[in-house]
Write a protein that binds this ligand. Sequence first.
Ligand code: PAF
Length: 283
Amino acid sequence: MHIARTISEMRVALRSRRVLNHTVGLVPTMGALHDGHRSLLQAARARCDIVAASIFVNPLQFGPNEDFARYPRTFEADCRMLEAERVDVLFAPSAEEIYPAGASTVICVEGVRDRLDGASRPGHFDGVATIVAKLFHIVQPEIAFFGQKDAAQVAVLRRMVRDLNLPVELAVCPTVREADGLAMSSRNRYLSPDERRQALVLSRALQTAETLARRGESNAARLLDAMRKIVAAEPAVKIDYMEIVDAHTLLPVEDTQAGALVAVAAHVGATRLIDNVLLPPVV
Ligand code: PAF
C-alpha cells in the first residue's frame, strides 16, 4: 500500500495506477478503524479496480468543546487493516496540507446541515461537507463509500453531490453491530464496561421501533414513546435527540408508511453516541 502525505503525491500515485476505464473507490475515514470501516473497504474492493482510503482527523468538524484532541489515533493498527483489505493507496495528510494558512472556503449545505447532529453540533456538517468535497477533488473517485450509521452525514453529502453536480456515486453500507447490538464506532473505546452496557438501550430502542413498525404501527409519536420508555430504563443515558424523519430532508414525519429514518443520539457518560434504523416503506 502506498501512503501519500501530500495532495500532489496522492494525485501522482493515483495517476500512475489509473488506466482507461479503471474505477477508483474512496473510503474516507478519520482512522481508529473498526469492522464498520472494514465493511466499507470490502465493499470498495468488490466494486472498484483501485481502492483509496483516507485517514484525516478533520479539525473543521469538531466543535470547541468536543473530542478533537483525544480522538483515538491508531495509525499503525489502521495501516494493518488497510493492508489486509488490499487498499492500494492511503492518503494521510497533515492539517496544514489540507487547510493551509488563510484557507477560508467552507461548504454549507443549507437546511440539512442544521438537523439532527447538525442541531446539536453547530458547524459540524460544514466541516464534513468541506473535507469530503476536498477529498473528492483530490482523489476523483467514481464511487465513495460511507456508513449508514452516520445517516445525517449521508443526507448532507447526498445533497452536496446533487447540488454541486459532483461526478461521484455515494455507496452507503449497512451499520455493522457488535454481537449484542451496539453500533460499531471509533468512540465506543471511550466507554467504561458499565457505560458500554448502558449504551445498549439505544440499539434496543431502535429494534423496538423496527419491530412495532413491522407489526403495523406507523404513528411516529407512538413509536418514539415506546423508544423513550426503553431508554428511560438507563437514567445515565441522556438523550440528545430521538427523532423520526425523512431520510433525505431530515425533517420530522408524523407517519412512517412512506419509509422513515429513526435516529438517536445520546450521551453515555462523557461519550456521545449515535445510531439509527431505516424503516422501509409499507407496500
Ligand atoms: O464519517 C467520518 O469518519 C467522517 O465524518 C468523514 C466522512 C471521514 C469526514 O471527515
